[in-house]
Design a protein around this ligand. Structure first.
Ligand code: NIG
Ligand code: FE
Length: 422
């Protein structure tokens, strides 16, 4: 079958890491995560923004022989993978929290710093003062770094405004960055990220504000796809979380949850109850939470950068979730407090070393499963006909070199929707 429409071919990949099993679409569950569906000496044919074929180089080249105007790039016996997908980020903020970083090294915990008026609230103060354009300028720098490190799609949360206008400002910044930047951003409303100082004595009134004003306005202006809540001791209780999620669903938002990050608050169970697309963090999740997430098809998004950066002894039980057949995803949690990194490469290394995931499992978690964790699995996350031509050529011959060679940038070139952007 000739692929007459191909405009670009990338050939001669030592390993074309497709993550595409044509017999089984959807995320990779459990043991499936170890199979990257590699085509040796592979090639990918692209027409405009989308992939039209993947296969062995000689076969693909034969299929497109009849066309003249096709550009051929030689991957030079290097690894080619899909663009990385980061399913959990807080990339639009102002200021930095390096002083807290230093305090934590000296022994203060994240929650102690938050209780003393630092933490999320200190970023909230900076974001409230910042203009939308200042938020965009800072966000753009973060997105530029992400793209350089090979991330081509992200989820992006609000949650540092905590007023109607502040949340709208952040979501508007995310919307404009999505229009202007090569990276695709999927917006999440996280107005319930923290109880703002002015509501400390009356958190239920803040929940009411989120439900009666913020969610309706955000839904009306189409500024978010997901609604997320930080369900945690001292933040939002399961009861308050339930009220917010019910309202969000009534307004057509899909659900994500910061669940069981610093204690077991029943977050995973709640995510399952609401049919959440993902439940994130899960450091303290129990057997029952894992079981219910599995039954409800909730994707666990694990954030090994956060446990590392906060110096937490305990880690999310990644191996147990994989053994139980869940489709584990990983993300950076990029934010100024608990995980200040843009690099999914470092996250893959931490997933391997600290969460005991194999290199193949980490790559599945950072591509196809991450794509499904933001409901974009039909567009990105694998190299398959019909999907966007988001792909990376790595300075590596074997995919295991990607998490193994840590701390730098192993990405050689980045293609977003068929265009070389780095
Ligand atoms: O995912 N847990 C709540 N939110 C972020 C931290 C945000 C911040 O500290 O600014 C997290 O860890
Ligand atoms: Fe987070």
């Amino acid at each position: 079958m000739p692929i007459a429409a191909a405009s670009l071919i990338i050939k001669n990949a030592s390993q074309l890491v497709t993550l595409h099993d044509h017999k089984k679409l959807g995320p990779k569950h459990g043991a499936e995560m170890a199979d990257l569906n590699i085509i040796k000496n592979g090639a990918v044919a692209i027409s405009g923004r989308r992939i039209v074929a993947v296969g062995e180089s000689n076969k693909i080249l034969k299929q497109v022989k009849t066309t003249r105007k096709v550009r051929v790039i030689d991957a030079g016996k290097r690894v080619v993978t899909p663009g990385l997908v980061d399913p959990h980020t807080h990339p639009v903020f102002a200021g930095q929290r390096a002083a807290e970083f230093e305090q934590r090294i000296a022994g203060k915990t994240y929650m102690e710093i938050a209780a003393a008026g630092g933490g999320i609230i200190s970023t909230v103060a900076a974001v409230r003062k910042a203009t939308k354009n200042a938020l965009k300028d800072n966000g753009r720098k973060i997105l530029d770094r992400m793209l350089t490190y090979g991330t081509t799609t992200i989820e992006a949360k609000s949650g540092y405004g905590l007023t109607t206008s502040g949340e709208l400002k952040q979501l508007q910044a995310i919307k404009e960055l999505n229009e202007e930047h090569e990276i695709d951003l999927v917006p999440t409303f996280l107005g319930a990220h923290e109880i703002p100082p002015e509501y400390k004595g009356s958190p239920d009134d803040y929940v009411a504000l989120v439900c009666s004003e913020m969610i309706p306005k955000i839904a009306d202006r189409n500024l978010a796809v997901f609604c997320d809540v930080f369900c945690e001791k001292g933040v939002f209780t399961p009861k308050q979380t339930r009220i917010i999620l019910q309202t969000a669903q009534a307004y057509g938002l899909k659900i994500k949850l910061h669940a069981d990050e610093l204690s077991n608050t029943g977050g995973a169970e709640l995510a399952a109850e609401f049919g959440a697309v993902s439940a994130d963090h899960l450091v303290f999740v129990g057997e029952e939470g894992i079981h219910l997430m599995h039954k409800a098809g909730v994707i666990p998004v694990l954030l090994p950068g956060t446990t590392f950066f906060l110096g937490m002894e305990r880690k999310a039980p990644a191996r147990k979730m994989i053994e139980k057949g869940l489709a584990v995803a990983i993300g950076t949690d990029c934010n100024p407090g608990s995980s200040m990194t843009e690099s999914m490469q470092i996250i893959m290394t931490l997933a391997c070393l600290e969460y005991k995931m194999s290199p193949a499992e980490a790559i599945s978690a950072a591509t196809i499963n991450a794509a499904f964790a933001i409901d974009k699995g039909n567009e990105v996350g694998s190299l398959a006909p019909g999907k966007f031509a988001d792909l990376l050529i790595w300075d590596a011959e074997d995919y295991r070199e990607i998490p193994y060679h840590f701390g730098g940038n192993m990405v050689e070139s980045v293609y977003k929707k068929g265009i070389k952007v780095r």
